[in-house]
Design a protein around this ligand. Structure first.
Ligand code: ATP
Ligand code: MG
Length: 390
């Protein structure tokens, strides 16, 4: 139910802040069910903007655009956490905003997120807030190194992060980042990384996707294995943490929590207040995708338990592949190794310009046997030309 107690039904217009690929799949999931979608994103060529019924090409805090959203949309969601919280607060005066401005404000800022999580006693990597030079000087003598210095705001895909091997390298790393507030985090030896994606209704009902194992390359998600092979006790512990995080935030919508397993111990890495790259397998391997759940929770509709019908491995396709020939000019990769195989589902986001490190698409390999899916995914990844070390 919405704030007014009534679910939002088609052909109502749903608003979306952000026009990337996560938004594209939200638009499609909503339109499939007869909703109209109004996307706000400053990029005229954004994937979701181009697919939407209407695209407001404007800054996220553009007052005219916010007013149009408030007038035309029945409710609004986000696919991108760096929307100014003030814009969401303004919108929330007129229409339901899910997730809320508060949830976004906390999760768009690493310092705020770490403080929120540690106040809740959620296990984290040891960290220190470095918001000025005094904080650097006041760093406890026993802070564990090696560490990573991460900018507090606007970091993604490992951007705005610097390795700090020892305390003596700290000033240099800080200078590389500039005067931006940062978080210093111990670099943990990782057994594995996984994510847990959940959806929550306004009434507090929650459903969970299976835990997904994530493998990164150069700080960017590379391969996701769904479901992860994890001890059930770890998954249960992670679920209880996600449940508590979502409840404390009063969260409505889809959220993803990234976890580290280090020396057998579970720790939260970060929260994404939206569907997640590691949940893309759900487009092909689940009865309802993470975007379908985003639409239903936004519209105040009840959520059925998640059903994953086939095991899946997802591989991200980055813009690097367009430059494999060694030249400067982008060249379309040869998709035939993927498309010839009927158990492979290729998704390209329609981005006009390939750039190194830019997420251009992904493919999912489906197989009743996860080991088979994994072997084929890596074989196809190599055949396509994706190599380790860029
Ligand atoms: P994304 O947008 O992909 O989530 P991000 O820029 O928010 O990335 P993080 O999730 O903080 O960055 O870090 C990216 C990756 O770097 C992690 O998934 C992990 O592989 C590695 N990493 C980050 N922090 C640590 C840590 N404290 N110890 C070990 N590895 C880490
Ligand atoms: Mg991350």
């Amino acid at each position: 139910m919405t704030g007014s107690g009534q679910p939002i039904l088609p052909p109502a217009t749903l608003g979306l802040l952000g026009g990337g690929q996560l938004g594209l799949y939200f638009v499609r999931a909503a339109q499939d069910q007869g909703y109209r979608v109004l996307v706000l994103d400053p990029d005229a060529m954004s994937p979701a903007g181009r697919a939407a019924d209407r695209h407001l090409v404007a800054a996220f805090d553009d007052l005219d655009a916010i007013e149009t959203l408030a007038r035309e949309a029945a409710a609004v969601s986000t696919e991108f956490e760096n929307v100014p919280a003030g814009a969401l607060e303004t919108l929330a005066k007129y229409i339901p905003v899910r997730p809320s401005a508060r949830a976004l404000a906390i999760t768009q800022d690493r310092i705020g997120e770490k403080r929120f999580l540690s106040a809740e006693d959620i296990p984290l990597a040891p960290f220190a807030v470095i918001d000025d030079d005094d904080a650097l000087a006041a760093l406890p003598r026993d802070f564990p190194f090696p560490a990573i210095l991460k900018v507090s705001r606007f970091g993604y895909d490992g951007k705005g992060q610097h390795s700090v091997a020892a305390r003596t390298d700290l000033v240099q790393a800080r200078n590389a980042i500039g005067a931006e507030p940062c978080v210093l985090e111990q670099r943990l030896p990782l057994d594995s990384e996984f994510s847990l994606i959940a959806a929550r209704t306004e009434e507090g009902d929650m459903v969970f996707f299976p835990a997904v194992e994530n493998r990164h390359r150069d700080g960017i998600l590379d391969v996701s294995i769904a479901p992860a092979t994890l001890a059930p006790a770890l998954v249960n512990q992670a679920r209880a943490l996600v449940e508590r995080i979502a409840r404390t935030l009063g969260y409505v919508g889809v959220l993803a929590v990234e976890f580290f397993v280090s020396a057998g111990v579970l720790r939260v890495n970060e929260i994404a207040p939206r569907p997640h790259n590691s949940g893309h397998f759900s487009l092909d391997a689940c009865l309802l995708s993470q975007f379908g759940y985003q639409v239903r929770s936004l519209c105040g509709l009840p959520l059925a338990p998640v059903v994953q019908h086939t095991q899946a491995v997802m591989v991200n396709v980055l813009g690097d592949l367009w430059f494999r020939h060694g030249g400067h000019e982008a060249r379309e990769p040869d998709w035939s190794p993927l498309l010839r195989n009927p158990s492979v589902h290729l998704h390209l986001y329609g981005k006009r310009h390939a750039r190194r490190g830019r997420k251009m698409g992904h493919f999912a390999v489906l197989d009743p046997d996860i080991e088979e899916a994994l072997a084929l995914a890596y074989r196809l990844r190599a055949e396509l030309g994706i190599v380790d070390g860029r």
